[in-house]
Design a protein around this ligand. Structure first.
Ligand code: BES
Ligand code: MN
Ligand code: ZN
Length: 497
């Protein structure tokens, strides 16, 4: 069961919880504020500990105190807020770090205090509590199972004890739903590839659709063949697990302000195919459906947030395997778009699946298309493992994505569509080939995708780095992160036509 989050207005040091989390602005001292109250209640040991750790509220500093019954909370965790402006991003982070700490000390309940006057703070704190409490324990047995579950979270509005408004309560409820939606993406990435294969991924999308009253259509092998989605079929043809295309739709109650399509790469396992990957690290390619997982999560979050925009989710799901039936370097395939593609490297499969998905998305005549994919190692080389690279065929749209990412607290950096590199995709034998040489690999992948969106405003987000984390950081847990969902949700909620 996920953590259940509620809202309270009270004095944080008077709540009966295992852990209470309080953000402290830079420049804190034991002479004032929460630290002074802790000294008064717990004695001079607090002063010693603060001095020893040199805790002054600098960003990322933390200090915790056990209260041994002297105060209602079992422990008090103070986290440095630094000297910058506190926004909802900091509230989400505070809550996530607090919940992660609470998990670490085997707490059952955690409360996080949101500073007064911060816009969207309650929702973000609820999101953070759910994201920080997240653990993937499905395949543990016996001793490996956690002994205690963090089952209760509270967002505390500091100040006079009083009635909390309906708006704030709704915000917390929505935050919980958004947090849980992101955990769906994390689960899908963390699940092993023998459990999550294309058909299983499609089934999850159908289930999520049922829970949230979304229309979901699944195209199986016969339907993909009939429509001429030859590139998805090519990538999947070496696997015993057949490919799928999933189309999810959220239609708002009123007249929509626009139509947006989100596309996700759903390689449930990427062995590289005949151009097989080296064994070390190959197991990480169970997460090559992170883009698709994000789309499913986003659709669930959108259904909860109910923006006045029509939102479509399109997922290309396939497994890339070497086999007697596998596609080969040198093969030439048609595509849904109509153009022919020469295959060079079977490990550059993601862009082929996306090409058919983008052609499908374009036929929906949307106002914009956003695709996201664990597409290239080159993007991770360029930006490191915590930042997504994004490309757009409209500068104005790139600007909107940049500010959505900033507002969501996710790291995304724009990369250029360098026209000179387009030459590298010229083929002697077909209309186009799908890879160029290794230099600028993230860019040539984006240039290939651009061929299939026509004139539609489009953003491509390469999430190869941050889709999975090798250790917990920020709001993210180890393994699948769901990085991207908050940015896309923000883009949708801010869409004005
Ligand atoms: N799924 C991989 C990209 C990837 C690498 C994601 C590392 C996450 C972490 C993709 O399908 C791939 O193999 N790309 C190749 C392309 C190359 C063959 C042109 C790459 O990046 O090496
Ligand atoms: Mn690959
Ligand atoms: Zn891949």
């Amino acid at each position: 069961m996920p953590i259940k989050v509620n809202l309270a207005s009270s004095d944080p040091l008077s709540i009966a919880v295992d852990v209470v989390v309080i953000g402290v602005p830079e420049g804190a001292s034991t002479g004032e504020g929460v630290l002074a109250r802790l000294v008064a209640a717990l004695g001079e040991s607090v002063t010693h500990q603060v001095k020893r750790d040199d805790f002054t509220g600098k960003r990322d500093q933390s200090i915790d105190f056990a209260t041994h019954g002297a105060l209602k909370p079992g422990r008090v965790l103070l986290l440095g807020l630094g000297s910058g402006k506190v926004t909802d991003v900091e509230c989400r982070l505070l809550a996530a770090k607090g919940a992660r700490f609470a998990n670490g000390v085997r707490a059952e309940s955690v409360a996080v205090v949101v500073p007064p006057g911060v816009e969207r703070a309650e929702r973000a704190a609820a999101e953070g509590l759910v994201l920080g409490a997240y653990r993937f324990t499905r395949y543990f047995t016996g001793d490996r199972l956690p002994k205690v579950e963090l089952s209760r979270g509270t967002v505390v509005i500091e100040g006079k004890v009083g009635k909390v408004g309906k708006a704030a309560r709704d915000a917390v409820a929505l935050g919980q739903q958004v947090g849980e939606a992101i955990c769906v993406a994390r689960d899908l990435v963390n699940e092993p590839p023998n459990e999550v294969y294309p058909e299983a991924l499609a089934r999850v999308a159908v289930d999520v659709g049922k829970q949230h009253q979304l229309k979901v259509t699944v195209l199986d092998k016969a339907a993909l063949t009939k429509r001429g989605m030859k590139l998805i079929m090519a990538v999947g043809q070496g696997s015993a697990r057949e490919p799928r295309l999933v189309h999810m739709v959220y239609a708002p109650p009123g007249k929509p302000k626009g139509k947006l399509v989100f596309v996700g790469k759903g390689l449930t396992f990427d062995s590289g195919g005949l151009c097989i990957k080296p064994a070390p690290g190959m197991e990480e390619m169970k997460g090559d459906m992170g883009g698709a997982a994000n789309v499913i999560a986003l659709m669930a979050a959108v259904a909860a947030a109910k923006p006045n925009v029509e939102v479509h989710g399109v997922i290309g799901a396939a497994e890339n395997m070497p086999d007697g039936a596998a596609y080969r370097p040198g093969d030439i395939f048609g595509s849904l778009d109509g153009r022919t593609v020469e295959i060079i490297n079977t490990d550059a499969e993601g862009r082929l699946v996306l090409a058919d998905c983008l052609a499908y998305a374009r036929a929906l005549k949307p106002d914009l298309i956003v695709d996201n994919a664990t597409l290239t190692g080159a993007c991770v080389v360029a930006l490191g493992p915590t930042v997504s690279g994004f490309f757009s065929n409209r500068e104005e749209l790139a600007e909107r994505l940049r500010s959505a990412a900033k507002a969501a607290g996710e790291s995304m950096w724009q990369l250029p569509l360098i026209e000179e590199l387009r030459d590298g995709l010229k083929s002697d034998w077909a209309d186009i080939k799908h890879t160029a040489d290794r230099w600028g690999g993230a860019i040539t992948a984006a240039l290939f995708l651009r061929e299939f969106v026509g004139d539609v405003p489009w953003v491509h987000v390469d999430i190869a780095g941050p889709s999975m984390a090798n250790k917990p950081y920020g709001i993210f847990s180890k393994g699948g992160t769901g990085h991207g969902v908050l940015t896309f949700l923000r883009l949708i909620e801010g869409f004005t036509g």
